[in-house]
Design a protein around this ligand. Sequence first.
Ligand code: PEP
Ligand code: MG
Length: 577
Amino acid sequence: MPACLHGIGVSRGCAIGNTYHLVRNQPEVTEYAIPPKLIDDEVTRFEAALAQARQQLRDIRERVAHGVPAEVTSFIDAHLLMLDDPTLVDAPIRTIQLQGCNAEWALKLQRDLVVQVFEEMDDPYLRARKDDVDHVVRRVQGILLADEPNVDMMASRLEGRVIVADDLTPADTLVMQHQGVAAFVTEYGGPLSHTAILARNLGIPAVVGVRHARRLLAEDEPIIVDGQFGVVLAELDDGVLAHYRRRQKDEQRSRHELVKLKRQSAVTRDAVSIGLHANIELPEDAPAAKEVAVDGVGLYRTEFLFMNRPDVPDEEEHLASYLHVINTLGERPITIRTADLGADKQVDGGRRGPVATNPALGLRGIRLCLKDQDLFRPQLRAILRASHFGQVRMMIPMLSTTHEVAQVLRLVDETKRELRARGQAFDEHLPVGGMIEVPAAAVCAGQFARQLDFFSIGTNDLIQYSLAIDRIDDEVNYLYDPLHPAVLQLISMVIRAGRKAGIPVTLCGEMAGDPRYTRLLLGLGLAHFSMHPNSVLEVKRMVLDADAARLAEQVDRILRTAQPERQAQLLADLTGT
Ligand code: PEP
Ligand code: MG
């Protein structure tokens, strides 16, 4: 009987392979004194290590860039920026000079200081960034100590192996993908961790949050990783191996079959047309969206324009990136979301202000934009101007009151007057929609529908806020449950409110791209799904196979079921979870 470890399946597919333990504890750093006359040499040694770390990351970026989505390589760029940040560069140099200590020790002191500040801030976003700092520091210390396990050098041993690690750096994940690893198992991380996002985008099966995996799984032991169900199997017998080999073959066959669906319309068996749209984060993602999503871009996240820079983008910069996407997508509609900064999407530029005690409930999304109109107005002008060149829709994130919508609509009117005075063209009827991702907005969706041209349900946040679960906190992500009856009721309320008001409703959270939930969402009456381009064809296959009317009856029965256990069982049957 195989041993079974449980974690969170974050990237579907199953893999069979022998384990490879990646030990990535903080390197043992000790302090020693540097004689005054050698201090300059020590500084030079530190700078050389930083330069080497930068070069390593650039090499990785170059080598893997081909065919990898831009959002994947942007993780590497973030680490490169850190290697130029005065906090990690200047401060250790001052410590070497003032304390006469070795470079590794100076870097360690600085790392401890930075991490302590993060921990005291209790800011979930910065907690995630703390890991980035550790990844970068570890790389530099590894170079200084010349003992970093270099995944590049292990190349020949990694092919076909299942990497078992505490956590993975974005750079290592990319290199390993390049070297043909079979799967990832990590002890930490949740569905929104770096490893999870990268593994999904790269199509590598992964299970995260498998506590004590390195202790429980032996080195070079054959195991099975089931990324769909979040299970890792060890001590395999022939029966289990045969079962999973069959599953792998089926998955391979089904991937080939999917490509054939590219040009097929997404229509259910009972002739209901479903819109399948793509979520994009960077203009460079537009070609992948065009490849699979005939219905265009349902969510264009524009936060990237604000990231990793000291200032805010101006109107022309906004416009250039929107036109880039419009030029790629041609006639297809593009929904541009106004900046959703704050909480899990902090910016480096001076717009952050004091760190809130609870950033997810603080000045984020539309709240920040309405408060800081110097940041918001250039974006409004650019979206309006872009609407002259393509089918553009504007979408407002994080709405919690109808007053916010009224304020935005007033600003849009003012902006239109400005553009007319300037003689610049725009679509007079630019549709303005809102993201419904705060439970209050879902409950009052009927009122919002009077002011808005469309809704898009942001389940990533809707789940976080309804269930009071920080979406990036590892400790509570076992409670992050898209199938919670309260979440389903809220989604249903929004869809019904949209239908009653005659406005389209899209769902653009991660749920939309998970084929396990397609039947459920169809049954709830959803007609527009927006997701990562990688997921479009799998969701389309589910749509083609579905009978919307029957699913509606089935889901209606499930929502009415009073007994929680019975309801959970029915949902599990419907979603295959
Ligand atoms: C959401 O909240 O579901 C969503 C799509 O927005 P984001 O993930 O960018 O917050
Ligand atoms: Mg959101």
